[in-house]
Design a protein. Structure first.
Length: 50
């Protein structure tokens, strides 16, 4: 077990939260998220279509 796994990945919880949030985002919000992503503000729209 590494410090990265504990402090950043939160023992897998970080990935699970990310996937849950992105799976729950309505498709109609993707254009808005893309627009904010082009502006470059992480805090405004941390969503990114993968």
């Amino acid at each position: 077990m590494s410090w990265k796994f504990v402090l950043y990945d939160w023992a897998g919880l970080n990935l699970a939260l990310f996937q849950a949030i992105n799976a729950g985002t309505p498709a109609v919000l993707w254009p808005l998220a893309s627009l904010f992503s082009l502006i470059g503000s992480y805090w405004t729209a941390p969503l990114r279509k993968v």
